[in-house]
Write a protein that binds this ligand. Structure first.
Ligand SMILES: [Zn+2]
Length: 118
C-alpha cells in the first residue's frame, strides 16, 4: 500500500476516533488509570425522589450497552492507528495477506481480509 493511501485511511480513522470519543464523553468518563477504558457515569440518585431515581437508573442501564459497543469500536480504531505506526497496517491477522483497499476504505479498522472474515 502506498503512503498516500495509508495517509487517507489514517485521516479517516482519526476522524472516527474523535467522533467516538465525543459520543462516549456524553455519558461516560475516560478512566484515567486504564488506557482506552471508559466508565459510564453512575447516576446520582436524588434523595427522597423515587421517581427521578428510577429514571436515572433506567438511563444508566440503557447507556451501558451503548458505551460498551462504542468502546469496542474505539479500541478497534486505536489498534488500527497503532498498526499504521508500526507499519503492519492492512495485513490480515489470520492469513497474513494484504487486506484489499476497497475493504479498508469501507471498514478502515478491519483486521482480517474478506476471505478470513467469512
Ligand atoms: Zn486473511
Amino acid at each position: 500500500m502506498d503512503k498516500e493511501t495509508i495517509d487517507r485511511l489514517q485521516k479517516t480513522l482519526q476522524i472516527k476516533k474523535e467522533a467516538l470519543e465525543k459520543e462516549l464523553s456524553r455519558f461516560a468518563t475516560k478512566d484515567p488509570k486504564l488506557k482506552g477504558d471508559w466508565d459510564t457515569k453512575y447516576p446520582r440518585i436524588p434523595e427522597g425522589n423515587l421517581e427521578e431515581a428510577a429514571s436515572e437508573v433506567e438511563e444508566y442501564s440503557t447507556s451501558l450497552p451503548i458505551e460498551h459497543s462504542l468502546e469496542l469500536q474505539l479500541k478497534g480504531v486505536n489498534s488500527a492507528l497503532e498498526q499504521i505506526q508500526k507499519g503492519t497496517y492492512g495485513i490480515c491477522e489470520a492469513c497474513g495477506k494484504e487486506i484489499s483497499q476497497e475493504r479498508l476504505f469501507a471498514f478502515p479498522e478491519a483486521k482480517t481480509c474478506e476471505a478470513c472474515n467469512q
